[in-house]
Design a protein around this ligand. Structure first.
Ligand code: SAH
Length: 311
């Protein structure tokens, strides 16, 4: 396998809220030196910019194809692996990689999934919220007295490690998990929709109080980041959540087994029971099929409107 066989097109460098256009140009140059080409910017202070062009030297093609985004979630919406570069450890510890470990993960993943390497602002880095959108953090083990590198220098180190790792991995080796896994990883957008859904259901279950969140959602994010669900697993979890919502919206009449027994002789109760059974069957069938979340939401909405109409 040659190092050109890696799917570099699937790897993006994402720069968040960069103040100095020179750093954007220098990052583009560093990327091209190391064989990468996809650059994305989130709310750059100045772009396009002559200064960026000057610093990019022969990496103008990268600047020309750079995409600009309103937010980090938007920039990573199609990514199955997101790694944030940070010089500092944060309040909730997250899985932290060395640059060479980061490189290995990225190269394994990029054969199937889109990958984002996210870098922060020159003055304040990435916010905790932004770091929590990442599956892993990567820290360049710089000198403790002054560990914060210039932005473009940090991009260069991470991209250099990628190239070194590609050279090592190009030698014969067995395929890794990521290469033979049958289903692609859930994308950033799917993951965000899942967290939103999870939070809504936890609130409805009175398990989660948004006024007193106690880092519950951050901890759930960290747990699911460690597991890195594929899109089928994500669909199953969404299905389970939708199922819970369905049961919250359609409580059993009389609330439980003994009440059901008492009303068994009543024709209407039997009809109700059959109707519930049929709905549950439709619902479970939808839950089992792969492209099911939309169908389930439809069924759920129909159940809600039936309920409203006294059905
Ligand atoms: N003063 C900021 C650092 C900003 S440097 C802070 O303390 O967070 C700009 C960006 O370069 C950082 O957000 C990070 O993405 C990257 N960077 C700089 N030094 C790094 C290091 N030692 N390890 C990983 N990333 C680093």
């Amino acid at each position: 396998m040659s190092i050109e066989k890696f799917n570099y097109e699937n790897i993006s460098v994402v720069l968040v809220n960069t103040s100095h256009p020179g750093n954007i140009g220098a990052s583009a140059r560093a990327m091209k030196n190391m064989g990468l080409s996809r650059l994305a910017l989130v709310q750059p202070v100045e772009f396009p910019s002559g200064v960026a062009v000057g610093r990019a030297a022969s990496a103008l093609d990268i600047l020309e194809n750079t995409t600009v985004h309103e937010s980090l979630p938007e920039a990573i919406a199609d990514c199955g692996l997101v790694i944030g570069a940070s010089a500092r450890s944060r309040k909730i510890p997250w899985p932290v990689l060395l640059p060479e470990q980061c490189a290995e993960k990225v190269l394994q993943d990029c054969q199937r999934n889109r990958v984002a390497l996210v870098f922060g602002r020159e003055d304040s880095g990435l916010t905790n919220e932004e770091l929590q959108l990442c599956h892993f953090h990567v820290q360049i083990p710089a000198a403790e007295q002054y560990s914060s590198l210039n932005l473009a220098a940090a991009v260069l180190v991470i991209c250099y490690e990628l190239r070194r790792c590609a050279m090592r991995m190009a030698e014969d080796r067995p395929p890794t998990d990521e290469e033979y896994w049958d289903i692609e990883k859930a994308t950033g957008e799917q993951v965000e929709q899942f967290y939103q859904h999870l939070e809504n259901v936890l609130v409805r279950l009175d398990f989660h109080n948004p006024d007193n969140p106690r880092q519950l959602m951050q901890r759930m994010r960290r747990m699911f980041s460690r597991i890195r669900l594929d899109s089928m697993e994500m669909n199953i979890l969404r299905g389970i959540l939708t199922h819970i919502e369905f049961h919250l919206d359609n409580p059993e009449p009389g609330g439980g087994k003994s009440a059901r027994k008492r009303s068994d002789s009543n024709d209407e109760a039997i009809r109700n029971k059959q109707e519930r059974k049929r709905k549950r069957k439709d619902f479970t069938e939808a839950a089992m099929s792969k492209r099911n979340v939309d169908t389930m939401v439809e069924i759920l909405e129909q159940a809600r409107s039936n309920k409203k109409n006294g059905d």
